[in-house]
Design a protein around this ligand. Structure first.
Ligand code: NAD
Length: 264
């Protein structure tokens, strides 16, 4: 079946592009005709190659720490210069934080999680939306999490930060509507297999709370048992939802949080 090219002539900026979800989404947008600006604090050379092989008309990688406002502002300005405009932003960089009960949660890690997941998301949104407003519009998808809907145990910083990402999405969707900029969020949960899944399973087992067993194999099953679809989601099940929210099919959709979570 021939691939749809619904994003031909458009540019997407993807943050957290070196990670699983960012990379898969960047590749999906390249396949659908978009030019792709990758942004991450980590090396993106492997993803950049894949994005080019997937057919991106124009692709570039920008190494940048989203917690540093000056660098974000400069990097976004450079990307706007290189690509002429940014039509879509997948504001996705994030950090899961440590796992522990609230009364023991490491103070410095709470600040680190907020800095990356909340202030970083704000920085990128702030920098890109100025250009979108000047250019006449755009679409933004922020990556929240089911942790920002449910408040899972032992993830105080992460859950709190993702509630904030949903808050940013709702207020920004109102503030930016007059500028023809739509702002939505996705909330994945229990995506696997891979690093983030295994890390969650192992760390929930280590905490020793009443909610999970101390054996990671049992924890994995306990987590799956929470999911109505009775399996974890695959990373490749995320980009299609992002693409929908960025597309003209969602032209009247703003301020929503779509749960890509198997029903939890
Ligand atoms: P990942 O760890 O593979 O990717 C996260 C990326 O963010 C990494 O490449 C990392 O280098 C980048 N990053 C971290 N701090 C940064 C900073 N200061 N500046 C720039 N980049 C920075 O994880 P992922 O699974 O691809 O996660 C992507 C997003 O999805 C995150 O926001 C995460 O919270 C969210 N999420 C993931 C899951 C899951 O199960 N994988 C579930 C719900 C939500």
């Amino acid at each position: 079946m021939s691939e749809s090219k619904r994003f031909s002539g458009k540019t997407i900026m993807v943050t957290g592009a070196a990670g699983d979800i960012g990379a898969a989404t960047a590749i999906r947008f390249a396949r659908e005709g978009a030019s792709v600006a990758l942004l991450d604090i980590a090396d993106m050379s492997g993803v950049l190659e894949k994005v080019k092989s997937a057919g991106a008309v124009h692709a570039a990688a920008y190494q940048c720490d989203v917690t540093n406002w000056e660098k974000v502002e400069k990097t976004v300005a450079q990307a706007v210069k290189d690509f002429s405009r940014i039509d879509m932003l997948f504001n996705n960089a994030g950090y899961q934080g440590l796992f522990d009960m609230t009364h023991r949660y490491p103070v410095e890690d709470f600040a680190k999680v907020m800095n990356i997941n909340v202030i970083g998301v704000f920085h990128v949104l702030r920098a890109v939306s100025v250009h979108m407003a000047e250019a006449g519009g755009g679409a933004v998808v922020n990556t929240a999490s089911m942790a920002g809907v449910d408040g899972p145990p032992n993830m105080l910083a992460y859950g709190t930060s993702k509630f904030a990402v949903i808050g940013i999405t709702k207020t920004a969707s109102k503030d930016l509507a007059p500028f023809n900029i739509r702002v939505n969020a996705i909330s994945p949960a229990f995506m696997g297999p891979g690093f983030m899944w295994q890390r969650q399973v192992d760390l929930q087992a280590e905490v020793g709370s009443q909610y999970f067993d101390s054996d990671p194999k049992v924890v994995a099953q306990q987590m799956i048992d929470q999911v109505p679809l009775r399996r974890y989601g695959n990373i490749d099940e995320i980009p299609g939802t992002v693409a929908y929210l960025m597309s003209d099919d969602a032209s009247y959709v703003t301020g929503v949080n779509i749960q890509v979570s198997g029903g939890i």
